[in-house]
Design a protein around this ligand. Structure first.
Ligand SMILES: Cc1ncc(C[n+]2csc(CCOP(=O)(O)OP(=O)(O)O)c2C)c(N)n1
Ligand SMILES: [Mg+2]
Length: 685
């Protein structure tokens, strides 16, 4: 062995131990966090970032970079230490303020908080599943934009996953689909350390993971305990060679290696090692025990060479892009727009208008059906609009006609088939969106529960994923209470950053899609009816109906000040309209407000809100065939909410709605009762 290889090895070891000690020190200083797993996986992160991945720390959003996802988000210090060392812009100070308020080094990696964090991770299973979406996006972009001799989309998605990641159901959904689709650019390292919070994984996790992933159609390597850097590198390269299947590389690691009293113990998972144990561990590494956050100069110098390599890789890519731009100017213009997150100029002009006088529209139309035609309009204008359903496309009506299917080896299509995997669908949609697609996933509103964790991450990350939920109330009828959402709208509305849009009819549905696609930093959930609802004249629906969240759809007759306001969303707006007629027949002045997006309405200024719901008019009734939670603040103390306090029931839709009191008569009755309580004259006087 030559001196230089010995030196190189010593330097490698120094680098690996720097990642380890930085992670131990940061957790110790924060007195909170997860030291053991970063320590164990330091060699892997080091190899990936300095030898394997094609990335440019100085240009972290370079489009054709390899993506890295730390699915085991609790091991965040592994990522932060590595990002710091390789030059992503994190400073040593940031590591010293690990887990502190306002620091980019949050408890779990948060998208947008620091360069190099490709997605938020922490809820186990989400990261690896989102990575499936990223790897799929890479293939879908490659299929669309690469040309012979011009491979400008050409990268890999790397993941580190822990036991918990593979125990969670969502990863099974996503990994099964990844195998089915043959996503060869996805490479997952599984940290098989036999430890989770409660102790040895033998308590609850004894399946043969290798066989399971083989059964999914993955290429599986098992390195056992061989964490030699060259072995890790060789395994990574072998995984890259396999182009037609995703790869799993199993590593039997030992949590908190080198820690004399905590190695292989669940204690090293989620609490600081302790001052004394840190000292003992550093001694075991041959590391100065009394210099926290020590970064040897040669380590920083060596790791930051990643920047030179990255610059070179990006430079080569840019040269390839120049040639591509010459040869394929239009394709490049489209891809560039996607990379920059822009939609084509003027894409949202000419929003479809549904006129009930048009016999192709008719007087009633389910909003899911209107949505289907709006999707066709949007798909024509937004080339990166793709989406699919969790095996319900014939019901959710989300197929992009003529868009083609995404299948194994053939990724140019626009329609995704997620199978009955709602949660995986949510995470994959997020991965597609993080990678430049305007993607949607659809299912019944009731099953939004199955994908809630993924929706929540989209909201937390502020990415514009679109979730299309049809069969949005007891109005779906015969399928009964298992399928009838009650509390889902309230639950989704409670989620910060998520817009929930429940359009009342075809024209609001068109605006709802326009609104969802206009978003750049918020996800949208659309709630659409299964059943037909009346089509209003498009002239009655202002262009900013969804943007504003609510509007006066039909004001009290003859310019009278309203005695009572009826507020509805979705299908119940029509119920309110019928109640309005009943009440007006009694001589009352009634205002009908349609409120397709409660969240947006709350965001409007006082003047607008007061113009729709004048503070002086306290007689208000809100009607929504769902949990009343949240509506009381809009109708006030004396107002009433006609909602669902129980689960629904199986029966024909009309019978179910009537049974639960969703009739014009009941709404009118509530309005009269409210008026009596409020005493309309005194309020107006
Ligand atoms: C969905 C979800 N459930 C629970 C947790 C809390 N939690 C954090 S880490 C962990 C398990 C740790 O085991 P493993 O995944 O093997 O990680 P290791 O300790 O080996 O790093 C749990 C239950 C979580 N983060 N996400
Ligand atoms: Mg584990």
């Amino acid at each position: 062995m030559t001196t230089s290889t010995i030196d190189a090895r010593a330097l490698d070891e120094l680098c690996v131990n720097t990642i380890r000690t930085l992670s131990m020190d940061a957790v110790q200083k924060a007195n909170s966090g997860h030291p053991g797993t970063p320590m164990a996986l330091a060699p892997l992160a080091y190899v990936l970032y300095t030898r394997v991945m094609r990335h440019n720390p100085a240009s972290p959003s370079w489009f054709d970079r390899d993506r890295f996802v730390l699915s085991a988000g609790h091991a965040s210090m592994l990522l932060y230490s590595t990002l710091y060392l390789t030059g992503y812009g994190l400073e040593l100070e940031d590591l010293k303020s690990f887990r502190q308020l306002g620091s980019p080094t949050a408890g779990h990696p948060e998208y947008g908080h620091a360069h190099g964090i490709e997605t938020t991770t922490g809820p186990l299973g989400q990261g690896i599943s989102t990575a499936v979406g990223m790897a799929l996006a890479e293939r879908m972009l490659a299929a669309r934009y690469n040309r012979p001799g011009h491979e400008i989309v050409n990268h890999h998605t790397w993941v580190i996953a822990s036991d918990g990641d593979l125990e969670e159901g969502v990863s099974s959904e996503a990994c099964s689909l990844a195998g089915h689709l043959g996503l060869g650019r996805l490479i997952v390292f599984y940290d098989d350390n036999h430890i989770s919070i409660e102790g040895d994984t033998g308590l609850a996790f004894t399946e043969d993971v290798a066989k399971r992933f083989e059964a999914y159609g993955w290429h599986v390597q098992n390195l056992g305990e061989d964490l030699a850097l060259d072995s890790l590198e060789a395994a990574a390269l072998a995984a890259k060679e396999v182009e037609d299947r995703p790869s799993l590389v199993i590593l039997r690691t030992h949590i908190a290696p080198g820690s004399p009293n905590k190695q292989d113990s669940a204690k090293a998972h989620g609490e600081p090692l302790g001052v004394e144990e840190v000292r003992l561990t550093k001694e075991a590494y041959g590391w100065p025990a009394d210099e926290p956050f020590l970064v040897p100069e040669e380590v920083l110098y060596h790791c930051r060479k990643a920047i030179d390599r990255g610059r070179e890789a990006e430079r080569e890519w840019r040269a390839a892009v120049d040639a591509y731009r010459q040869a394929e100017p239009e394709a490049w213009a489209e891809l560039e727009r996607i990379v920059e997150g822009r939609l084509p100029e003027g894409w949202d002009s000419g929003v479809p208008r549904f006129d009930p006088a048009d016999e192709r529209v008719g007087s009633t139309l389910a909003t899911r059906k209107a949505s289907h035609s709006v999707i066709q309009w949007a798909a024509e204008r937004v080339p990166n609009l793709v989406g699919g359903s969790a095996d319900l496309a014939p019901s959710t009506l989300t197929l992009i006609e003529g868009g083609g299917d995404v299948e194994k080896g053939s990724y140019a299509g626009r329609n995704l088939h997620f199978g009955v995997r709602e949660h995986g669908m949510g995470a994959i949609v997020n991965g597609l969106v993080l990678h430049g697609f305007r993607a949607f996933g659809s299912t019944f509103l009731i099953f939004s529960d199955y994908m809630r964790a993924a929706i929540r991450l989209a909201a937390l990350m502020r990415i514009p994923s679109i979730f299309v939920f049809t069969h949005d109330s007891i109005g779906l009828g015969e399928d009964g209470p298992t399928h009838q959402p009650v509390e889902q709208l309230a639950g989704l509305r409670a989620m910060p950053n998520l817009y929930v849009v429940r359009p009342a009819g075809a024209n609001e549905t068109a605006l709802a899609w326009q609104f969802a696609l206009r978003q750049t930093n918020r996800p949208t959930a659309l709630a659409l009816t299964r059943q037909g609802v009346p089509v209003w004249s498009p002239d009655d629906v202002p262009a900013d109906a969804v943007e504003r969240g609510a509007y006066v759809l039909r004001d009290a007759r003859d310019g009278r000040e309203p005695d009572v306001i009826l507020i509805g969303t979705g299908s119940e707006v029509h119920l309110c309209a019928a109640a309005q007629e009943l009440l007006e027949a009694d001589g009352l002045a009634v205002r009908l407000v349609s409120m397709p997006c409660v969240d947006r309405f709350h965001e409007q200024d006082d003047a607008y809100r007061d113009s729709v719901l004048p503070p002086g008019v306290r007689a208000r009734v809100a009607v929504e065939a769902a949990s009343p939670l949240g509506w009381h603040s809009l109708v006030g103390d004396q107002g009433a909410v006609v909602g669902m306090e129980t689960f629904g029931a199986s029966g024909p839709a009309a019978a179910v709605l009537e049974h639960f009191g969703f009739t014009p008569e009941r709404v009118a009755e509530e309005a009269r009762a409210v008026l009596e309580r409020v005493g309309s004259a005194s309020v107006r006087g």
